[in-house]
Design a protein around this ligand. Structure first.
Ligand SMILES: [Zn+2]
Length: 206
């Protein structure tokens, strides 16, 4: 529901006509005929697609991060494998992968798990670089929740690496941002990494 609301708000700031005109120029620049049947509808389709996949551009990602008070929670919360699709701002090609987000609540302040996935999604649906995306997720959670610590790890494959330039298909770029106790306490960081990898600290398997 709020995604539709966001989309409406977003479309006011995106100039689809301008995107269409631009894509037509790109097709001409490639040496294609934008009027041939296969390409006739392409500029319009690309413009509408961009409205969707870059739909987080004009949304304040912190706006629906509602914080709850629950004194029973003072241990690490980790969501792993949040699916992520974004667009590299250097090449306008996708990068895709997963985000893992961990935090340790302070004074019982927590946030809905779906809101964390939504935060990743909103920030990913912009022209991005993976390092900045990782940092933004960590900093917004840190500012909103003021937790004991936040850790964000993103693993993604970049098509600008896989299909062009150095051509390294399947290479995964891993970035992390750590704040608070995850930065200061190596044991806490190790515990989070173990949980991200799907095991328990101490070597027991789940
Ligand atoms: Zn790139």
């Amino acid at each position: 529901m709020s995604r539709n609301k966001n989309k409406k708000k977003n479309s006011k700031k995106m100039d689809l006509k301008k995107i269409e005109d631009g894509i037509r120029l790109v097709l001409e620049g490639i040496g294609e005929d934008p009027e041939r049947p296969g390409l006739k509808g392409t500029p319009g389709r690309v413009a509408r697609m961009m409205e969707d996949i870059l739909g987080g551009t004009h949304i304040d990602p912190a706006e629906d991060l509602e914080v709850f008070q629950d004194e029973r929670h003072d241990e690490m919360v980790l969501i792993r494998n949040i699916p992520l699709y974004s667009i590299c701002e250097h090449h306008l090609l996708p990068f895709a992968g997963v985000a893992h987000v961990a935090y340790i609540p302070k004074e019982g302040r927590i946030i809905g798990l779906s809101k964390i996935a939504r935060l990743v999604d909103t920030l990913a649906r912009r022209l991005q670089v993976q390092e900045r995306l990782t940092k933004q997720v960590a900093d917004i959670l840190n500012a909103t929740l003021n937790p004991l610590g936040v850790m964000v790890v993103i693993e993604a494959e970049h098509l600008c690496m896989s299909m062009r330039g150095i051509k390294k298909p399947k290479a995964i770029t891993v970035t992390s941002a750590v704040r608070g106790s995850f930065r200061n306490n190596p044991a806490t960081r190790t515990e989070a990494m173990m949980l991200i990898r799907g095991g328990y600290p101490g070597g027991r398997e789940s």
